[in-house]
Ligand binder design. Structure first.
Ligand code: 0L1
Ligand code: MG
Length: 261
């Protein structure tokens, strides 16, 4: 590690402190040029360890930057993973906790509930889908700890892929009963439809994103566990969640999720 390296543990603490204080910061790569992807995942894992030590429960995984819309907006063309804990669940209908968030943005996602353990190598979209017990629509509220969402890939990986909160939609379907490439999401802000996408935006099929997660975790000796939720990544670009505004995602078969901003 370079001379300006805070080290894995201190970097994890800095990012958690930033979230706790609702205070943004500069990217780690600004002053830590040797900061690489492997070290970034070590920081992410250390932050998870610290979250669990303070009582949070691991409930799944999120993928980020799996759609072209997200990759183009953030200027990073590589998908990434983050951890989900119970503290990130926002029950449907509860207001967005603005006092706890720096600059929240919302994005529609397809979410899998796993009925079976899944780990790579060799997981395909078909074998991944076979492990899914239900698919939901949802909204992820992302909140980068970096000022103006300015970051490079190792920064955003260390920051747990900008995770903050997510809301699960009201309808869970057996994935064999719905064509997820055609499942649409309409994003509405204050009554205006501002964006649309179908599940094909997510790696061609969201099960492809699920396979990617299982294979990436397999390389690290880890697995997706039965009972976990997997957020497959924003289908569209994210929209700002302003206090007092109303953001909704309407899915074709998976119901609607409305955020009271
Ligand atoms: O801040 C970001 O946009 C990176 C996190 C990825 C969010 C997503 O694509 O689901
Ligand atoms: Mg997301």
């Amino acid at each position: 590690l370079g001379t300006n390296s805070p080290g894995v543990h201190a970097a994890a603490e800095l990012l958690l402190a930033s979230a706790d204080a609702v205070a943004d910061r500069e990217p780690l790569t600004d002053t830590w040029p040797e900061f690489d992807l492997g070290t970034a995942y070590a920081v992410q894992d250390e932050a998870l360890r610290l979250r669990r030590a303070r009582g949070e429960t691991l409930i799944g995984v999120k993928l980020g930057l799996t759609s072209r819309a997200k990759q183009q907006r953030m200027g990073i063309d590589s998908p990434l993973l983050g951890w989900l804990t119970d503290a990130m669940v926002l029950p449907a209908g509860e207001p967005v906790p603005h006092a706890e968030l720096i600059h929240p943005r919302a994005e529609p996602e397809l979410v899998f509930l796993l009925g079976k353990r899944l780990t790579g190598p060799g997981v395909t979209a078909a074998s991944a889908l076979d492990a899914v017990s239900a698919v939901y629509g949802g909204i992820e509220i992302i909140d980068s700890r970096y000022r103006d969402f300015r970051f490079q890939l190792p920064d955003v990986v260390a920051d747990n892929a900008s995770s903050a909160r997510f809301v699960l939609g009201p309808v869970g379907l057996d994935p064999s009963t719905v064509d997820l490439t055609l499942e649409a999401a309409l994003v509405e802000v204050d009554g205006q439809i501002v964006d649309t996408a179908t599940g094909a935006a997510v790696q061609g099929h969201p099960a492809q994103a699920l396979a990617l997660a299982a294979n990436a975790l397999g390389e690290r000796g880890l697995a997706l566990e039965a009972g976990w939720l997997v957020l497959t990544g924003g289908m569209t670009d994210a929209v700002e969640v302003r206090p007092g505004s109303r953001v909704a995602a309407h899915f074709s078969h998976l119901g609607s999720v409305t955020l009271a901003g």
